[in-house]
Ligand binder design. Structure first.
Ligand code: SF4
Length: 228
């Protein structure tokens, strides 16, 4: 007669199930949204500094709008040195359409100054150094690490927060806790791509107000299917 699983092994199995489901979700989204982190990133950029500035500009703004502003901005101020010495009024005018332009101008000039003074004009490659730059939080730092440098990083934005909760990957509303929960479920070399795929899925299918569960590729794995 087969042995009954002990209470401990039953608990262990229960813990493994969410992980198996999470990996199925990741596999499914990888088929739906194929590509590397660089290919999946919607912010047009040619180097780490451009990506850093684009990510700062993307706060409360669409990627499409940022992609319109970026070439004009970088034609005028093409390097960290030029951006650090930018005329503030002119910079604010150039980025005005992205919203919150005064704060963003301060962050861009401050971060550029710090990159020139502390990092010899090169965008640093660690979370600690990136988040020490003015206006750079964990989300922006994780974007730069994972997309520009292919270093493990899992950016948590509003889409990642919403989808993580709906998909039952995290019960938290705190971005740092969500980052920890997701990082614990997937190998480090997948962190950046998983974040970008959740963002794409949030934009295209799992809308904040009207999720389109009827066409969702992970509906059979989602505990929130049809609840909205
Ligand atoms: S099934 Fe619905 S709620 Fe769940 S991820 Fe898909 S669209 Fe979002």
């Amino acid at each position: 007669m087969p042995r009954q699983p002990s209470a401990r092994s039953r608990r262990g199995r229960g813990r493994r199930r969410p992980l198996a489901r999470a990996r199925k979700i990741a596999d499914r989204l990888a088929v739906t949204y194929p590509g590397t982190t660089t290919e999946l990133c919607a912010l047009a950029h040619r180097d780490p500094f451009e990506l850093l500035v684009a990510t700062i500009l993307s706060a409360q703004c669409t990627d499409e709008r940022v992609n319109i502003v970026m070439p004009i901005l970088f034609r005028r101020y093409p390097t960290p040195q030029a951006m650090a010495g930018a005329d503030r009024d002119e910079l604010e005018t150039l980025i005005r359409s992205t919203g919150f332009f005064r704060a963003k101008a301060s962050h861009i000039i401050g971060a550029s100054e710090a990159i020139v003074m502390r990092h010899a004009g090169e965008v640093p490659r660690s979370m600690e150094e990136l988040t020490a730059l003015p206006g750079v939080g964990r989300k922006t730092a994780n974007v730069v690490l994972s997309v520009a440098f292919d270093i493990p990083g899992l950016p948590v934005d509003t889409h990642v927060t919403r989808l993580s909760r709906r998909l039952g990957l995290s019960g938290s509303a705190d971005p740092i806790q969500i980052e920890q929960d997701l990082c614990g479920m997937f190998p480090p070399d997948q962190w950046g791509a998983i974040s970008l795929r959740l963002i794409l899925h949030g934009r295209r299918v799992c809308d904040a107000r009207r999720p389109r569960c009827e066409i969702c590729e992970v509906a059979d794995l989602c505990p929130s299917r049809g609840k909205f």
